[in-house]
Design a protein around this ligand. Structure first.
Ligand code: IVH
Length: 663
């Protein structure tokens, strides 16, 4: 056998064993034999670099050390699911669907895995990309890390579509999590808090070898693409199982919402015996045509919903109420608790939200309180055990002065929170502004963290954001724990941030209500900071997605001279204040039109056609309704869609007719 033949044989053989072990859970050979074959393959590959394969089983052990993750646009937005908490909510969901569709339909019930969602792209049967959810529109490219997860196939078996995406959840089973923690403790390190955060942290490690050591697993539950094998979700998943994916076997089809509720109740009991964490049940409409017809709201599909199990609750003693000051000056009261075990983690602190909440529940120091952990990471205090209350306890008096700078707190009408107005001199606010500015989603300055910021402020080296751009190596070297190399790194990171796109600079400024999405909208619309500075209230609210509250906040922000001075200083330092988002509008031929694309086309593919619709001012909609302007119809358009278009008298345009229309 030639080297090449042996390499190809081993790759296939090892992939097969991987599948038996990690997906089917029926090992065929021993770990020892497996490792021997893998070592043989590794050495053959080392001797034959021309036979490189990005998806060889040897990739599973990692090796590459990355210097960061690229942010990549999702082809299909990654949405979340609406939540329900009661049978009543589910009946409402059922009624909404019954109103929308006339035909018979069925539900698919699945477990809701509590991990990190991932989107995998396969081309010609090979894994080519793995993206995290990110903000839903763009995510981090974690492909190299994902390749180390043994239950994710790198190559597929038989009759898969040429290109498709498959989504699922990466998680840490309890057993793996516990053994990781056992090792941490032996090494004298603090234990990891919970499986979900540890899974998410693992995916973001830069050393792929480290990721390979983490016992991550992945269930897949959602397929996307133009040529899926079936018109129903359940069958698609069964097909995906044949291609080699780990598809949950707990999935069931049900015709009525009452049967769905039985499934839920069964798992509410049984979930405590599962080897991994679930936090609810996901209910999906099975038929994909129906899914398309129902479409999406801005945030989630109308054809699916999640049912969240009741949050777990414990009681413990509230030792002390302390107060935190955020970067906007907002005060958050925090409960410091007698440590207690809750849903697999030790809880020491919990949120108390605001003064009203404390007054409403009459929460006092020394009380025995109930603590709950819902979907959020931070647990919250939800009540007080009054019968255990100390006779001499006194009602909580909310602070009137800033715990950090002593300034009198203010509270605006309609705002639940108290604020410290001393934005310019209150230390945690100053630190918070810097931390926000350098954060990953804003300027992403490498080599600069909270501690260094604190040190730089303390030493009087920075007080305004613009000061960062005047730091010199000789300023940094005298600082505690600042080696020459760290100083260089920091300065390089600062220098590199000058290339960060305008939208992220705008987000980094920390204007109230201008989050990532709003910053993008503003950048795309106004193109330059000067246009934003000049815009009055009317001009701002005329922009789609910009409401009164945001507009007022922007005007207020730039009404302050020091904020204008900051922009001038940052401009002088060479930061980006011009949007690089390209204006892709080519014409307004389709302005105001709502267009459904359906079927298979000959000249362009669907994605290209949808892009063209947007470039010419039109809007893509997924389902035909009376508001549809026309259907761009290819071959094999679904019969139910065709019928619906005819019934509503909506025009069908062929690919040629469409091209003529936009030219
Ligand atoms: S389907 C458009 N199915 O829950 C629908 N999601 O709150 C896409 N999740 O982001 C999601 N188990 O990370 C779906 N069986 C399941 C799931 C599931 C867990 C997660 C997923 C999603 C989040 C939504």
């Amino acid at each position: 056998m030639s080297d090449k033949e042996r390499i190809l044989f081993l790759r296939k053989e090892l992939a097969e064993h991987n599948h038996s072990y990690y997906v089917l859970d029926i090992p065929i050979i021993s770990d020892f034999e497996f490792d021997k074959l893998l070592a043989e393959l590794k050495s053959l590959e080392d001797n034959n670099p021309d036979l490189f394969d990005a998806n060889s089983p040897t990739k599973r052990v990692g090796g590459a050390v990355l210097d960061g993750f690229k942010t990549i646009q999702h082809k299909y937005r990654m949405l979340s699911l609406g939540n329900t908490y009661s049978a009543e909510d589910l009946h409402d969901f059922d009624r909404r669907i019954l109103k929308l569709v006339e035909q018979d339909f069925e539900y698919v019930c699945e477990l809701k895995y509590d991990g990190v969602s991932i989107s995998l792209t396969y081309e010609n049967g090979e894994l080519v990309q793995a993206l995290t959810r990110g903000d839903g529109t763009q995510g981090d490219d974690v492909t190299e890390n994902v390749k180390t997860i043994k239950s994710i196939p790198l190559k597929l078996k038989s009759d898969f579509p040429t290109t498709f995406e498959i989504r699922g959840e990466i998680f840490l089973p309890f057993k793996g999590f516990d053994s990781m923690n056992k090792q941490r403790v032996e090494e004298g390190l603090e234990s990891y808090a919970n499986p979900r955060n540890t899974a998410s942290g693992s995916l973001k490690l830069l050393d792929t070898k480290e990721v390979a050591k983490r016992p991550l697993d992945c269930y897949l539950y959602y397929l996307l693409g133009d040529n899926l094998p079936s018109n129903n979700h359940y069958e698609n998943l069964q097909k995906a199982k044949e291609w080699g994916f780990k598809i949950p076997s707990e999935i069931e089809k049900h015709k009525t919402i009452d049967d769905v509720l039985k499934f839920i109740n069964k798992w509410d009991e049984k979930r405590h015996n599962l080897p991994y964490e679930i936090d609810g049940i996901v209910i999906k409409v099975n038929n994909i045509d129906l899914q398309e017809e129902m479409g999406f709201t801005a945030k989630s599909p109308r054809w699916a919903i999640s049912y969240k199990f009741k949050a777990e609750q414990v009681s413990t003693i509230l030792n002390e109420i302390s107060y935190q000051v955020g970067r906007t000056g907002a005060i958050t009261p925090v409960a410091n608790l007698e440590p207690v075990q809750l849903a697999g983690t030790t809880v020491k602190r919990a949120s108390l939200h605001n003064a009203d909440q404390i007054a409403k529940l009459d929460i006092r120091e020394g009380d025995r309180v109930f603590v709950e952990k819902g979907g959020e990471i931070i647990p919250k205090v939800v009540g007080v055990e009054l019968k255990d209350r100390d006779l001499f306890s006194k009602p909580t008096e909310y602070i009137a002065q800033c715990p950090s700078c002593n300034t009198e707190l203010i509270r605006k009408e309609g705002d639940a929170k108290h604020y410290c107005p001393n934005a310019d001199n209150c230390p945690p606010q100053i630190k918070g502004k810097f931390e926000h500015f350098i954060s990953r989603k804003a300027m992403d300055i490498d080599g600069l963290g909270g501690e260094t910021i604190e040190l730089l402020i303390q030493e009087g080296l920075i007080s305004e954001i613009s000061d960062l751009y005047h730091l010199k190596k000789e300023d940094l070297l005298p600082l505690e724990r600042m080696a020459a190399k760290s100083a260089d790194n920091l300065l390089l990171g600062i220098e590199a941030s000058k290339k960060i796109p305008f939208e992220r600079v705008l987000f980094g400024l920390g204007i109230r209500y201008v989050g990532e999405t709003v910053a993008k909208v503003l950048g795309k619309h106004f193109k330059t900071i000067d246009n934003i500075l000049e815009a009055d209230f009317e001009t701002l609210v005329a922009v789609d997605e910009i409401g009164d509250k945001i507009a007022e906040s922007i005007i207020l922000h730039f009404s302050k001279q020091k904020n204008i001075d900051l922009i001038t200083a940052l401009k002088n330092s060479g930061l980006q204040f011009l949007s690089a988002i390209e204006d892709t509008t080519k014409s307004e031929h389709l302005k105001g039109m709502k267009i459904v694309v359906s079927g298979v086309f000959s000249q362009y593919n669907r994605t290209e056609l949808k892009k063209m619709i947007e470039e010419h001012g039109g809007k893509n909609v997924r389902s035909i309704s009376k508001n549809t302007t026309f259907v761009l119809a290819g071959n094999n358009m679904g019969p139910s869609k065709k019928q619906k278009a005819e019934e509503l008298g909506i025009q069908l345009l062929s690919e040629e007719e469409f091209i003529n229309k936009i030219n």
